[in-house]
Design a protein around this ligand. Sequence first.
Ligand code: IMP
Length: 431
Amino acid sequence: MVNSISLLGLQWGDEGKGKVVDLLSKDIHAAVRYQGGHNAGHTLIVGEKKVVFHLLPSSICHKHIKCYLGRGVVISLDALFSEIDDAFEFIGDIRERLVISYASCLIQPYHIKIDQLRERSRSGTKIGTTGRGIGPAYEDRVGRRSIRVADLYDPKVLKVKLEEALDIYNFLIKRHAEDQQEDLNELLDKNLEQAERLRPFVGNVISDIKQFQEDKKTVLFEGAQGVLLDYSLGTYPFVTSSNSSLGGIASGVGISPTQIDYSLGISKAYTTRVGEGPFPTELGHNSEIGHLIAKKGEEVGATTGRLRRCGWLDAVLLSHSVYLNGINGICLTKIDVLDGLETIKICVDYSSSLSNEEILESMALSDVQPIYIELEGWQEPTAGISRFEDLNDTAVFFIKKIEELCGAPVVMISTGPRREDTIIREYPLKK
Ligand code: IMP
């Protein structure tokens, strides 16, 4: 029986995790985010309305699921309260089912300022961050000077920590923008005010999750971003600042890594990326197919509104992600976007002065040339199909090729945006 399931994006994020959460939700009792912050973005359709959450787990719109933000998540209280307000409007009161760890680190306004100022002033190494203070907030976490949720309830400690932080940040901000320095008293008052609003949501994530596990309830660990954006395993330095891979769950929540029963990986049938960084199979928006995929796949970022870069599926990277995350099953999304193409390419190897082992160790992808296999496309649409038997043979061949190249079964296939547009070959949470 599966009591703990992880849901991870296997590429550079935006693989369609929200829909998969929705499909599994009826069998989930608790959902935990373990990394990232409001740099993520999932668009949820609630009734007729569209609402985008960045920080709250996708599971929040399912009223029977208790949601958690673990210690590995960096929290902007401004973003949190704005999403709690949105949730109140669209879903209802979530006070009884949202718990935030005492140990989570806060994103303060100076983190956001410095993230944006740095990106603006960078020349060669612009990362293309979301500008939401994620990187600087994690730097403080590792630097042992973060203001954690618990500090909000000890005004003396809070004041000393803010003073220490402003010592660093006002100095840095001054270099770029003299007039944007933070005022200690204003910031202290703001934090103390927000502390009161936050109080009903603060709790003990570790003991709650332990209880769910003892009661044999199912816990979902919701990854944000994607494995290739993990700062340790991804395309460094063009990554986010957290461990978005399976490894991040243990330290980002407070559970043993051996507790994950099933690791479900999500991959698009092609590849996208937002922000800067190498992307071997990129097609470019000027190429006919790149443009077509972007348009048909509606590849626009939910957080920043930026156009996503699009390219062919990269099976070298995908199989690496499968290995690194002990993937038990893949959910392949957006296969319908490839409907009608004459040929479809999959990258199966790289041409480079380095070996593939060296490339994957260093993730030095900027100078590699993709080597493709070219498969026949399909003209008979996959869009809206919900039974594997109804897929055309050419699409089935494509799916089986992915399984062969990546060494994991494709257990779910998304054939369109609606919940019904899904083929479930093997339900991960079967009893
Ligand atoms: P940061 O997380 O804002 O520091 O941005 C670092 C990199 O991660 C940038 O390339 C962002 O575009 C990317 N990134 C962050 N969050 C997401 C996401 O949810 N989806 C896709 N890319 C993301």
